[in-house]
Ligand binder design. Structure first.
Ligand code: THU
Length: 136
């Protein structure tokens, strides 16, 4: 799976977005370390807070099918700008690794690449819960 192909999958998923309120469709394609791809779109709701972002749709699909090791996620939104994952999606992604590559794409030809560590520095991760109980 090349980066271009992963972006194409995100663009396909974007077409499925349910966005009657924002009219801002987002697509994501998540490549697992085992080579599978899980796609997602944003799914809005009349009760706005119930909206699910494209990234989390893809991640939850993968997790619910037993995949926890992620290589790369490609995200497409506005074709004229790089759509960056929201804070909630960053937190959900970082749970599964600081080294996941995040591709923000306008098209298969025009994209930027980061690591999770770069886009969510000083993050709170499972490592922070290693010493439970609140005592030294
Ligand atoms: N959205 C995503 O799906 N992913 C992002 O990275 C940013 C925002 C969605 C949520 C909402 O449906 C719409 O974009 C506008 O905020």
């Amino acid at each position: 799976m090349t980066k271009k192909d992963l972006i194409k999958k995100a663009l396909e998923a974007q077409k499925m977005a349910y966005v009657p309120y924002s009219e801002f469709p987002v697509g994501a394609a998540l490549l697992t370390r085992s080579g599978k791809v899980y796609t997602g779109c944003n799914i809005e709701n009349a009760s706005f807070g119930a909206t699910n972002c494209a990234e989390r749709t893809a991640i939850f699909k993968a997790i619910s099918e037993g995949e926890k090791k992620f290589d790369t996620i490609a995200i497409v939104g506005d074709p004229k700008a790089f759509t960056s994952p929201c804070g909630i999606c960053r937190q959900v992604l970082v749970e599964f690794g600081l080294d996941t590559t995040v591709i923000l794409a306008k098209s298969p030809e025009e994209y930027q690449e980061f690591t999770m560590e770069e886009i969510l520095p000083l993050s709170f991760t499972p490592k922070d819960l290693e010493n439970k109980g609140g005592t030294a």
